[in-house]
Design a protein around this ligand. Structure first.
Ligand SMILES: Cc1cc2nc3c(=O)[nH]c(=O)nc-3n(C[C@H](O)[C@H](O)[C@H](O)COP(=O)(O)O)c2cc1C
Length: 278
């Protein structure tokens, strides 16, 4: 696949994937491609854990589901991330960012805005929303070909210092490379952040994966060959919208307007395939 095509098509895969293991060649390609990214002084601070054992995946899925349920029930998730939720297509296009909760059971649809408002933990559990999201999370993590944990060397990853920023920059490059390569191979990829948001669930993952103290678990992903017949989560979202490039860039100095020829330059990214436009 061409690079621009992969950039266009890359998306978070928020649906079940095939549980078929990834081929060994594909796994090797992913790790070798990730290892090509730049790092501070070529420090290569990343180490990976590939998880394919079905029981181990099921165990991590159960932890992820439980973490999601707890975050929703205690209201932390909504309180922390409320500002990113969008409740209509119009709102998602107007803001150009956030996640648009577009798939909700019809009985919950009239109160979706209330459900995702702050301080409604008990309401959420009464309505069963926390349980639904927890089940959805467990189900999709279970339906993955493999999980990939990324760790960073703590000698490099010191969050309070500049080296922490440098290690994070390199981590971002690793993740995007993995994402583009999985896209090219028709493999889905999704962050599983919820267990890392609650310290005791993160500790369980560190223990399960046997990560030594010199390494910090910084991200975990699910991956798998795409399943074209996969059904969406009970409560689900999309986030393909992006802010227009003219809103993101200043010219010459902060606040400087773009010259018209630059602002109106044809888009090479979308020119061939306007149907993929976010
Ligand atoms: C640090 C980070 C954490 C994320 N955590 C999650 C997550 O837990 N679950 C999930 O489905 N997506 C997660 N995402 C993916 C974003 O929601 C997604 O990239 C964004 O909505 C844009 O959608 P797209 O990837 O389909 O373009 C995360 C992304 C980043 C960079």
């Amino acid at each position: 696949m061409e690079l621009l095509e992969a950039i266009r098509r890359r998306r978070t895969t928020n649906t079940p994937m095939k549980v078929t293991p990834l081929s060994h060649e594909h796994k090797r390609l992913l790790i070798e491609a990730a290892a090509r990214v730049p790092s501070h002084f070529n420090s290569q601070p990343w180490r990976f854990v590939v998880v394919e054992d079905r029981r181990q995946i099921a165990h991590i899925a159960q932890i992820a589901g439980e973490a999601m349920r707890q975050l929703m029930e205690e209201g932390q998730f909504v309180a922390r991330y409320r500002r990113y939720f969008r409740f209509s297509r119009e709102e998602s296009l107007r803001t150009g960012n956030g996640i648009y909760i577009d798939n909700v059971p019809s009985v919950l649809r009239p109160m979706v805005q209330l459900i995702f408002s702050e301080q409604v933990g008990s309401l959420l559990s009464k309505l069963g929303v926390a349980a639904i999201l927890g089940n959805d999370q467990r189900r999709i993590v279970e339906r993955s070909g493999m999980l990939l944990a990324i760790t960073l060397d703590r000698q490099e990853y010191r969050p309070a210092e500049l080296s922490g920023l440098y290690a994070s920059i390199t981590l971002g490059a690793v993740i995007q490379t993995l994402w583009l390569v999985t896209t090219a191979l028709d493999i889905g990829m999704q962050f599983i952040s919820t267990p890392l948001e609650i310290p005791h669930f993160k500790a369980q993952l560190v223990e399960l994966l046997g990560i030594p103290p010199e390494y910090e678990l910084v991200a975990i992903f699910r991956m798998g060959y795409r399943d074209p017949n996969a059904s969406r989560n009970t409560i689900d979202w999309t986030s393909s919208q992006r802010k227009p490039f003219t809103e993101l860039v200043h010219y010459e100095r902060w606040g400087g307007a773009l010259p018209p020829a630059f602002a109106q330059a044809p888009s090479l990214l979308w020119a061939d395939q306007p149907e993929l436009l976010p």
